[in-house]
Structure formats: structure tokens, C-alpha cells
Design a protein around this ligand. Structure first.
Ligand code: FES
Length: 168
């Protein structure tokens, strides 16, 4: 038998995403990734296994890379959420995106939003990461086509360019 959930029964919540406040009704079990993709049309965040593996689901919560498929949307009303669509407002994310394109670290692009936001999270915490630190930070981010050498190169390039910009 089909079950129907009345949207009137669902709580109205407010989510701050990419600097905008969205008011919406969600069922309590809705994950952030489903709200982003299905209710708000922010499809840059990619859904993979839906179990927290792979890293394509990465968003920034208060600047920290987190798994949008394991977080409940109702619990995020006091947080700043950044998705890849927020890159329009963040110069560092734009530099990172450019670096990925310039060194050829993007092929099919499925992993790229997660890689780019994970890079932002890493460089905010550690502006000059070593290769070891990059590998450690990205151990949960899987890319099936580009190969990791170019991704590491892109992160190093972005690190250099962001540091240079800050020193001006
Ligand atoms: S570019 Fe295709 S999975 Fe990474």
C-alpha cells in the first residue's frame, strides 16, 4: 500500500546555502543531498553510493568538508552550507576550479565538485600542504578517470596561486 506524507505535517526549516536563506518543508529523514538536488535544484553536488563513500557528495559546512548524504537537513539550520554553486561568490574556489581545469585534473567531472570543495577546506586549514598531507586529506575522495597525480598538481597549483594572491 502506498504511503502518503502530508507536506503540511513536515516542519518548515531555514537553510543558509551559498549566502542565501531558503525556507522549505522537508520530511525529517531527508538528507542534505536530497534537499539540495531534489528540492532546490542544486545538482552540482553528486550522489554516488549514498553511504558516505567516494567524496562526490562533499559540501562545506561552516567551511569544513562534510558528507551531504549522511547529514539530515533539519539539523543544519544554524550552519553555513556551501555547495559548488557557491563558487560564484568565492574567489578561492574559483582559483581552485581554474587550477583543476588548467592542469587537466577534470575528465568526466563527476568527482570534481567534491574535489574542489575538499581542496578549499584543506587550504583554509593548511595553506601549504605537503603531498603526504594532500593524500591524507583526500583519502576519501575517489576519482575514476583522471588519476591522482593531476589532482595533486591542481591542489598544489591552487595553493600557490591563493597564497600569492594573499601576499599582494
Ligand atoms: S574526473 Fe571522472 S571521476 Fe574524477
Amino acid at each position: 500500500m502506498k504511503k502518503y506524507v502530508s507536506t503540511e505535517m513536515n516542519p518548515e526549516i531555514k537553510l543558509k546555502i551559498n549566502g542565501l536563506t531558503y525556507k522549505l518543508r522537508v520530511t525529517p529523514e531527508k538528507t542534505l543531498i536530497d534537499v539540495l538536488r531534489d528540492q532546490l535544484g542544486l545538482i552540482g553536488t553528486k550522489k554516488g553510493c549514498n553511504e558516505g563513500n567516494g567524496g562526490a557528495w562533499t559540501v562545506l559546512i561552516d567551511g569544513l568538508p562534510m558528507c551531504s548524504c549522511l547529514l539530515l537537513a533539519v539539523g543544519l539550520q544554524n550552519n553555513e552550507i556551501t555547495t559548488i554553486e557557491g563558487s560564484k561568490m568565492d574567489e578561492d574556489i574559483q582559483i581552485i576550479q581554474k587550477a583543476f581545469v588548467e592542469v587537466g585534473a577534470i575528465q568526466c567531472g563527476f568527482c570534481s565538485p567534491g574535489m574542489i570543495l575538499s581542496t578549499k577546506g584543506l587550504l583554509d586549514k593548511n595553506p601549504n600542504p605537503s603531498v603526504y598531507e594532500i593524500k591524507e586529506a583526500f583519502s576519501g575522495n575517489i576519482c575514476r578517470c583522471t588519476g591522482y597525480k593531476k589532482i595533486i598538481k591542481a591542489i598544489q597549483t591552487a595553493s600557490f596561486q591563493i597564497n600569492e594572491k594573499k601576499s599582494l
